[in-house]
Ligand binder design. Sequence first.
Ligand SMILES: [Zn+2]
Length: 309
Amino acid sequence: MQAAALDISNRYRSPRNPERKVRTATTLIILHTTEAPARSSLNKVSDRGECHFCVTEEGSIYAIVDRDREAFHAGRSMWCGKEDVDKYSVGIECVGYHDKPMPMIQLKAIAALVKELQRMYKLPDQAVIAHSHVAYGAPNKWQKRKHRGRKRCGMLFATRTIRQILNLKARPAVDRDVRAGRLAVGDPYLEKVLYSNVDYLAKNYSVKMPATPVASKKKVPPAITSKPTSSKPTPPKRTSSAPPKSIADLKAQGYVLKGTILPDKTAAKLVGAKWNSADTYYTIRNKIYSGKEVNPAKFEKGMSVWRKK
Ligand SMILES: [Zn+2]
């Protein structure tokens, strides 16, 4: 690595290093989210040799597996018809979660590391993608076909805001494996994040965006800003439009149980094409998901499906 600006620690070098094959090609940089706090993340990726670099919330960069050797980071994966992405990619684990903002200092460190790797391997911005871009699931009880959407790992790195911060100007425009029929769409929400303009972390950053030609700006009514008249905060009124947060809320809002997901009773069989609409809800183990946010790859036996009559 060019030591120019990057300070990379060897403290968590993987003991797996010597046994890993040297890669013959490098055409992708894959960004992951560890979905766990820093210390346990570093120990895990190092023990198992699961990435080339790990970047913590404080912006510290650790080298795990030699960058020219294979790290086992992408699992069951495919990109443009080529399976086993580990064989032709560098993997960066970023401590954090796919649906939560990351500290700016961490994003800056990721940006610097990515730029350096792009320079070394001569890779364009479109080659810097998320694990969820390339991961796919095998057919299972819930998905008859091989499908994209096995996980949402690194999903935030596809959003405009985060790519702007990372100074990545382009991203893949389509999922060529889905286009070619090699994979089905297993997670429609993920597909939207990866390939359209769902920018769910935008409000967490003040980032100047270049103008987009496609943005059709609808007039939005001004948000209701009622100043509290006393210092005592008043609890927000529960209206019927507040999203339900429990089975009790669902019942109070007139939702009825449409059935329970079983291997032969899929969500689509229970509620038809509305399975992924915002007013369909799924509950399991005290958790509640709307059809818009539910990950169909995670449908499981015993999930209750709710809709209004
Ligand atoms: Zn991952």
